[in-house]
Design a protein around this ligand. Sequence first.
Ligand SMILES: Nc1ncnc2c1ncn2[C@@H]1O[C@H](COP(=O)(O)OP(=O)(O)O)[C@@H](O)[C@H]1O
Ligand SMILES: [Mg+2]
Length: 163
Amino acid sequence: MSKIAIYPGTFDPLTNGHIDLIQRTLKIFDEVIIAVAPSYKKQPLFTTKERIGLIKSSTKGLKGARVESFHNLLVDYVKNKKSIAIIRGLRAISDFEYELQMALMNRRLDAHIETVFMMPSDEYTFLSSTLVKEVASFGGSVTGLVPKAVEEALKKKLRKRHL
Ligand SMILES: Nc1ncnc2c1ncn2[C@@H]1O[C@H](COP(=O)(O)OP(=O)(O)O)[C@@H](O)[C@H]1O
Ligand SMILES: [Mg+2]
């Protein structure tokens, strides 16, 4: 049976740090489902549909990667997909407290599901979607930090916003 991992997140937008994690995940698992959470509370810059589109076009070459959105409790979604692994990224120490809290809550909700933490390459350790949006909004270059499609989408979106 193929081993499936679920990589949940907001992905507003996808960065090369996310891609790095997806590639690492595919070394261990047969398939990874990138599960986009609407995250309305965070008031995302890109709609769920736009985020999915950008992930799809940026992961075309990655065999075993799929994209979906989910709206229910994460552990229920994971179970429905016949998976037992949630992938999360650990960048700096600042990620740790929140991620530990989430992992332990998810374990409490379903003890069969494990959270697997992965570390990105050091060049992406200080990269976040938030930082990318901030730099791009002031016209700074995000080349090399996000896939080409995301770079273009950011330009378009922010240009529209400034009109
Ligand atoms: N540069 C990066 N390197 C490695 N992991 C990352 C990076 N940026 C984000 N992640 C991880 O990807 C996951 C999804 O992040 P994100 O899109 O910000 O959604 P969330 O709203 O769940 O934090 C999180 O586990 C986060 O730690
Ligand atoms: Mg985050």
